[in-house]
Design a protein around this ligand. Structure first.
Ligand SMILES: Cc1cc2nc3c(=O)[nH]c(=O)nc-3n(C[C@H](O)[C@H](O)[C@H](O)COP(=O)(O)OP(=O)(O)OC[C@H]3O[C@@H](n4cnc5c(N)ncnc54)[C@H](O)[C@@H]3O)c2cc1C
Length: 389
């Protein structure tokens, strides 16, 4: 049996950050990963360029039963702190838009940077190691395929359920349950949505077409593209809203967020064009045809009644679509929900019930928007725990 001060399970973004930080405090640290290599999700992130943070990150960009929980960790390890680390390692990056920072070259650089931070601070990383059992006596006892380890602190950094083929497991939620720690409900987030009724029959043929929109659910909305797919809708605005809505909820799509289509139609009351041709001036032609065929009268603009003008502008500005489901964890970028934040200290990420047990990263009920926020939560929560384990 080998004893360490700190055992961390899961060598993803949060686990590697925590391991390096704890080792910098001269704690003996072992980071256990069941996949053949560390940081597999980092490697595939941001289209291979890793959107590693967002310079605008604040608590409003995160979803949680307790929206205040993430504040403390985010304020103690900020996007600027991570940017400094990236610069120290001579990794070149650029802002794509709205504060989203990506590597110029490859996500691989971020994994290499974190592994270097681990090795230089003395944290040991083992891969291809499965954890068979976790117990707590005076110390934590972790039985693995590579031997039994004991430790004073145990950190669960095993992430969420999205993309099982990248190594995702429910280990974190099971471990919480094993120690009597509550989980919230979980569901796929940042995921393409599927819709009720004949949506696919009608709009499936538009696969590949995107439309700049404002998509909202309740008071939450996102101004981005929607993208038609063979099965439903994707694109940034849909991915964002997917983290908020559930099956049978109705989302609203404003297809011309910058304009007032009622006024436009009124100002064109003498226009002899067919409505479908008129709409094609504002939308991709194929979309205008399918949308018109499905919802709008086949008339010229000058023949529209007041009621029709009102109905058409309502459809364009508030297209209500009922969610039937999503593409699920196989396609989701994140898992919404997780270990209940009421169970954890927001300062240290330690369990309030089980001394020495910590949860960090995506396994916790803190889910970021699309745009680098999820990695920032991984760095911030990993750093926070790293100061106390
Ligand atoms: C396709 C895709 C693209 C993404 N792009 C971005 C992006 O550009 N920007 C952004 O901010 N976020 C992005 N995300 C989200 C981001 O990757 C995650 O939120 C982040 O990786 C979470 O970090 P984590 O350390 O908590 O979990 P992970 O990075 O998932 O790490 C968990 C680790 O634990 C390991 N593990 C799991 N179970 C066990 C077990 N039983 N025993 C041992 N090890 C285990 C896993 O193999 C993994 O290495 C993306 C996600 C996906 C799926």
């Amino acid at each position: 049996m080998i004893n360490k001060d700190v055992l961390i399970i899961g060598a993803g973004a949060a686990g590697m950050m925590c391991a390096a930080e704890a080792a910098k405090r001269n704690r003996s640290v072992l980071l256990i990963e069941h996949s053949e290599k560390a940081g597999k999700k980092i490697l595939i992130s941001g289209g291979g360029r890793c959107n590693f943070t967002n310079t605008n990150a604040s608590h409003i960009n995160f979803i949680s039963d307790n929206p205040h929980f993430c504040k403390s960790a985010l304020s103690r390890y900020t996007p600027d702190d991570f940017i400094s680390l990236v610069k120290e390692h001579n990794i070149h990056f650029h802002e794509k838009k709205d504060g989203q920072l990506f590597c110029d070259d490859s996500s691989k650089q971020i994994v290499e940077m974190l592994l270097k931070e681990c090795s230089e601070s003395g944290a040991e990383v083992i891969t291809d190691c499965t954890v068979d059992a976790v117990q707590k006596n005076d110390l934590f006892v972790v039985e693995t395929s590579q031997g039994t380890y004991t430790s004073e602190s145990l950190v669960i950094a095993t992430g969420g359920l999205s993309i099982p083929k990248m190594g995702a497991t429910d280990f974190g939620y099971r471990t919480a349950k094993h120690f009597g720690i509550k989980n919230t409900g979980i569901h796929p987030g940042l995921v393409p949505l599927l819709f009720k009724n004949d949506f696919t029959e009608t709009f499936g043929e538009l696969s590949g077409i995107s439309v700049d929109s404002y998509v909202s659910y309740g008071k939450t909305g996102f101004r981005e593209n929607i993208l038609f797919t063979h099965r439903g809708l994707s694109g940034p605005a849909i991915l964002q809203i997917s983290s908020y809505c559930r099956n049978n909820d109705s989302i609203s799509v404003n297809l011309l967020p910058e304009l007032n289509f009622y006024e436009i139609l009124k100002n064109n009351s003498g226009n002899l064009s067919l409505l479908v041709n008129f709409l094609s001036e504002y939308f991709p032609k194929r979309f205008a045809q399918v949308f018109c065929e499905k919802y709008l009268p086949s008339k010229s603009v000058n023949h529209l009644s007041e009621k029709e003008v009102k109905d058409i502008s309502e459809k364009i500005h508030d297209w209500q679509i009922i969610v039937k489901g999503s593409e699920g964890f196989n396609k989701a970028e994140v898992t919404c929900g997780g270990v209940d934040t009421d169970e954890l200290s927001s300062k240290t990420m330690e369990s309030k019930k089980v001394k020495g047990l910590y949860f960090i990263g995506e396994v916790v009920d803190v889910t970021g928007w699309l745009g680098g926020y999820n990695f920032q939560w991984a760095w911030s929560s990993g750093f926070a725990a790293g100061q106390f384990v």
